[in-house]
Ligand binder design. Structure first.
Ligand code: NAI
Length: 270
C-alpha cells in the first residue's frame, strides 16, 4: 500500500546491485510513494549487476560513481540536479565492501591495504558524499540522508571482520556530519542498523546462514526483511520524521535489546 509520503521529493539511491539489494527494494518503495529518483553504483557493479532493469521500472537515470573518487560524486550530484531541475531531498547510502572478508583474511591478520580500501568504500564514502553535497548546496532544507549499518558496530560478531570497524566509523560520521549539516541547513542524517539480510554483500560473511538463523531466533519479531527496511527508509525520507537526526536506529525485530529468547534456550537444551 502506498501513502504518497514522498510526493514531489527527489532522491539519489546508491547501491542497487540486483533485486536482492536493500537499495533495490528501497528504490521501488520510494517510487511507489511518489518520489523521483536517480540511481548510482560503481562502474564495475553496473557491468556485473542488473540495475538497468530497475532503472526502467522506476523510470530513473543511472549515473555511475565510484564512491572512493570525489570527482565521480561531484559529477553525480551535478548531473542529478540537472536531471531534477533542482535540489535533492533524500539520499540512500547502501554501500559496503570488505576485501578482508571477501578474501577470507582473519581479523587478526588483516591486510591493511584491504582495510583501507574497505574503510574508504564502506565508511569514508558517507563523509565524501556529504562533503560534496554541502559544497554544492545540493540538498534541500529538511532533506534526509540514510546509511545502512549493522549491530557489529556495537557488539562483537567475530566473522563480520573489519566491517565491524567500518560500521562503527559510518555511524560516527552520521552523528558528526549530522550535527554540522543540521546546524547549517536542517539536513538530517541517520543510520539504520538492519537485521542480517540475504543479499550479495550479506552472503559474503562467513557462516552467514547460521548467523541469519540465530538472529531470527533471537529476535522477538524475527528478522526484518529487505522490503521492511525499504519501508523504514521511506519513513525517514518523509516529512513525518523531521526531528530525527544523528541517530543509529535499530531495525532488527528487537534483536538489539534481547538478552535471550525461549527459542534459543530450547535449542541449547537439545
Ligand atoms: P549489496 O551487495 O546488494 O549492496 C552493496 C552495494 O555496495 C553494491 O551495490 C555494490 O556495488 C556497492 N559498492 C561496493 N563498492 C562500491 C564503490 N566503490 N562505489 C559505489 N558502490 C559500491 O548488499 P546489501 O546487503 O543490500 O548492502 C547494502 C548495505 O546494507 C551495506 O552498507 C551493508 O553493509 C548494509 N547491511 C547489510 C546487511 C545484510 O545482512 N545484508 C545487514 C546490515 C547492513
Amino acid at each position: 500500500m502506498a501513502y504518497n509520503l514522498l510526493q514531489g521529493k527527489k532522491g539519489i539511491i546508491f547501491g542497487a546491485l540486483d533485486e536482492k539489494s536493500i537499495a533495490w527494494k528501497t528504490a521501488q518503495r520510494c517510487k511507489a510513494e511518489g518520489a523521483e529518483l536517480v540511481l548510482s553504483n560503481a562502474p564495475i557493479a553496473l557491468r556485473m549487476g542488473t540495475i538497468n532493469q530497475l532503472a526502467e521500472e522506476v523510470n530513473a537515470p543511472v549515473i555511475p560513481a565510484d564512491v572512493t573518487i570525489t570527482a565521480d560524486i561531484e559529477n553525480l550530484f551535478t548531473k542529478a540536479q540537472e536531471h531534477f531541475g533542482g535540489k535533492i531531498d533524500f539520499v540512500l547510502h547502501s554501500i559496503g565492501m570488505s576485501l578482508n572478508v571477501r578474501k577470507g583474511v582473519h581479523y587478526t591478520e588483516n591486510n591493511y591495504d584491504f582495510t583501507h580500501k574497505g574503510l574508504d568504500i564502506s565508511a569514508l564514502s558517507l563523509h565524501r558524499i556529504l562533503q560534496v553535497a554541502m559544497k554544492q548546496d545540493a540538498i534541500n532544507e529538511w532533506g534526509s540522508v540514510v546509511a545502512l549499518s549493522y549491530i557489529a558496530a556495537q557488539r562483537v560478531f567475530p566473522d563480520y571482520n573489519d566491517m565491524a570497524d567500518n560500521k562503527a566509523m559510518l555511524e560516527s560520521i552520521a552523528r558528526n556530519f549530522g550535527y554540522q549539516y543540521g546546524v547549517k541547513k536542517n539536513v538530517r542524517i541517520n543510520t539504520i542498523s538492519q537485521s542480517p539480510t540475504r543479499t550479495t554483500a550479506g552472503s559474503g560473511v562467513k557462516g552467514f546462514d547460521g548467523f541469519v538463523d540465530f538472529a531470527e531466533k533471537m529476535s522477538p519479531l524475527g528478522n526484518a526483511t529487505a522490503d521492511q527496511c525499504a519501508d523504514y527508509c521511506v519513513t525517514l525520507f518523509s516529512d513525518l520524521t523531521r526531528m530525527v537526526t544523528m541517530q543509529n536506529l535499530f531495525h532488527d525485530g528487537g534483536f538489539s535489546f534481547t538478552g535471550v529468547t525461549q527459542a534459543i534456550i530450547e535449542q541449547m537444551d537439545k
